[in-house]
Each structure stands twice: as C-alpha cells, then as structure tokens.
Design a protein. Sequence first.
Length: 229
Amino acid sequence: KLLQTIRDADQGNNWCADCGSTSKVEWVSINLGIVLCIECSGIHRSLGTHISKIRSLTLDVNSFSNDIVEILLQIGNRVSNMIWEATLDQAQKPVAASTREQRLKFITAKYSERAFVQPLPSPLSRFTTSDETLLAAIKRNDIQGVLYGIALRANVNITDRSRSTHAIFLALAAADPASPGAASNLSVKPSGAPTVKAIPFPIAELLVQNGAEIPSQPPPIPLSSAAQL
C-alpha cells in the first residue's frame, strides 16, 4: 500500500531515480526522498548513511513515520533529479543494464561529489550562498528549495541571525505557524484530555535525516501545539 501511494504521487517513482530501471523499484532513500531499484539501492548503501539512508518500501514498513512518508510524497524522483541532475547530460546516465562499476561511478559523482548540482548563482536561488539559500527555503516552507540547499552543502544546523533561531525550529514554525488560535489544533478526547492533531513536518524531518541536531534549548519563537509535540 505504501509503495503504491508513493508511485501514485509521482509517475517518476515507477522507475529508478538513478538508472531508470522498472524492475524491483521498491527501495527508497529517506534523506534524499527518492525511489530506487534494488541494484542502485545497494550502491547507495555502500556510500554510507551520511550520504544515503536506504529502506525497503515492502520490508521496512515500520520505519516510515508520517514525516518520512511526506518527504517521499513531496520530493520523489522527478523533483529530486531536477536538483541532483540539473547539469547532467542525460546520455551519461546509467541504464537498467549498466554494470555495478558504472552505477557506482555515477551515483558517487551525483550524491557524494554533487557533480551535477547547479552552482550558485542559479535560477533556483536569488542568494549567493548555500546557507542563505537553505534558510530562505525553510522560511518559505519550500521543500524543493531546502533539498537544493542541502545539495549545495549548506549547514543544516544553521541559526537565523534574528533571534538566533535554529533551522529545525524555523522549519516547524513555517509548516504550522503558531497563532492566537493555536488551540484549535487541540481536539478533546472523551476523557477530557486534550490531544494534539498530528501534522507532518517533512522539512524538519528532512533536515534531521541529513544531519541536523534537534537543539536542547527551547525555541526563541512560539511554536504551535503540533510543532511542540
């Protein structure tokens, strides 16, 4: 069911993000937001979890939180490749019949060396640095812009100059702004205890999956009930 939901979200998720194979395309990288075939997923795994975190859409079903599923639904292969393959000559891309060596060379260049990411300045950002690009995208709640900032090696633990607010808190606030009516996110159980309506926070999760650390200090900005949860 999860596999089908992700395929339905983006037609590009029916074939592998890296080689275009349609066989056994049942693996995902949760920090890159892409769907892969079994061959390319093995290469990703060999690069280490600091580059790519691989899960099976059919075997690892318990490791998908709402936030991680939302990353996969909102990014997917088409959006991801617009960033990671922006300057790629498509003739250089592996195909389903490519050897392991060909896949390894390409996938290493694509995600580890970031060889095909559009450098700044680019049409994707009006800012001159990767950190500014990332911060602006977080504040806009723009997951594609955030992925671009990550691809440019922006600091995922950056704090905004105003009020020294950490990227994670900015992402939570942008996804579900706190307001005077923030209590409207609370629904009351029959027992009388308020429950917070669960809202996915895919950008905050994307930052965490790519190395951001949740700060131990409380945020300097107000957060909604769902964000606090």
